[in-house]
Each structure stands twice: as C-alpha cells, then as structure tokens.
Design a protein around this ligand. Structure first.
Ligand SMILES: O=C(CO)[C@H](O)[C@H](O)COP(=O)(O)O
Ligand SMILES: [Fe+2]
Length: 217
C-alpha cells in the first residue's frame, strides 16, 4: 500500500498543530519535515524546536529530511525532539556509513537521500543498513517545483536492487508529486510519496490526500 507523507513546508505555520491533525484524519501515514540550513540548500526552514512542538499533536511518525551541512552535529537533537525517521543527504556526508550508524544509535530509523543528479551507485554501500531510501524528484530547497522525469529510472533501479538483494528499506520520492506524477512513481516502485503543495494548497487536506491515492492506477 502506498503511503502519503505530506510535507509541512507548504502548511500554514501559524496553525501547524491543526494542520497536522487534519492530515492525520485525512489518511496521511508520515509527517514529512523539511529541515534546511541556508548552506546545503539556499532556503532556511525549521529546526528541532518545531519537531519538539509538533510531536504531541500527532501519533504519525515524524519523517525528518535533513537538508543541512554537517548533519552529524544535529542528529541527537532531532532524535530527542521526537523524530522517528532521520534522513541525510549522501552529498552532505563524507562519512555516510558512520552517519547512518549514528542515526541508528539514537534509536530512530535511518534514511539516505540523493539529489536528482546523484547516481544510485553512490548509496549502494549503505543500502543494507538503511530503513528508507529517499529519491529527490526536484532539486532540494523549495516546495512547489516541477517533477524531474529523469529520476524515474533511478526509482526502478533502487527497487530492483532491493528485490535482488532482499533489502528491507522503503522507497520514498520527494518533489513535484501530484496527481499525474504520483502514479509514475508508484509504478516505478515508490512506496512513500512526499507531497507538499499537492496537499496543503488545497482547502481540504484529506480530500487532497485521497485524490493522490486515487490517482494511482
Ligand atoms: O524536500 C523538499 C524540498 O526540498 C520538499 O519535501 C518537497 O519539495 C515537497 O514539496 P512539493 O510537494 O510542493 O514539491
Ligand atoms: Fe523533503
């Protein structure tokens, strides 16, 4: 079953608690939290303080996507703030295996992310160790961007590697996922669809989630 992980980047930050309750009621399975530092990506968003603030408002797992330089320095803070899954970019981790182990040592699930221009080859050495592989389908930094079609073969490649090797990670896609592109991702092998603007730009968040799920063939 496909899971929807609404990205709160496009939510109304003045009423985050309410927004999160709405997506939980509407059928979301994760809350996707985009953390940006103004260095790894040009935008600045939120930190552990907000993760801590939203935690009591939901029973859904908090899926924290770190788009920051030197993530090792902040992993413990995000874990104690209530993150359930912490994902780091391969491009930001010179010692990727060590960083994945650090996340796991905090008792949370570990994810690895690659940008559209990064080949799957770069994360092959950690595929046996991760709980989540996140493939960016836009260049990270902003919500509301256009889906990059050339990532689709990478979704298929990761799904094949999982099948051939008996790995257990989930495959998540992030960026430009909406009715139309959702089905392409699911057909290629994605299990979890991150959707920011497709969920929060619609008045009824529940209806938006259901429309995404229904758009799969
Ligand atoms: O990581 C991200 C951007 O870096 C966001 O999760 C992503 O862009 C979601 O927004 P949208 O669904 O509107 O594309
Ligand atoms: Fe994200």
């Amino acid at each position: 079953m496909t899971k929807i992980a609404p990205s709160i980047l496009s939510a109304d930050f003045a009423k985050l608690g309410e927004e999160i309750k709405d997506i939980e009621k509407g059928g979301a399975e994760y809350v996707h939290v985009d953390v940006m530092d103004g260095h790894f990506v040009p935008n600045i968003t939120i930190g552990p303080l907000i993760v801590d603030a939203i935690k009591p408002h939901t029973n859904l797992p908090l899926d924290v996507h770190l788009m920051i330089e030197n993530p090792d320095q902040y992993i413990a803070q995000f874990a104690s703030a209530g993150a359930d899954i912490i994902s780091v970019h391969q491009e930001a981790c010179p010692h990727l295996h060590r960083t994945i182990q650090l996340i796991k040592s905090e008792g949370v699930k570990a994810g690895v992310v690659i940008n559209p221009a990064t080949p799957v080859e770069m994360i092959k050495p950690v595929l046996a160790d991760v709980d989540l592989v996140l493939l960016m389908t836009v260049n990270p930094g902003f919500g509301g961007q256009k889906f990059i079609e050339s990532v689709v073969p990478k979704i298929k490649e990761v799904a094949s590697l999982r099948g051939e090797n008996g790995y257990h990670f989930e495959i998540e896609v992030d960026g430009g996922v909406k009715e139309g592109t959702a089905n392409t991702c699911v057909e290629a092998g994605a299990d979890v669809l991150v959707a920011g603007s497709a969920v929060f730009n619609k008045e009824d968040r529940g209806e938006a989630i259901q429309a995404l799920l229904a758009s799969r063939v």
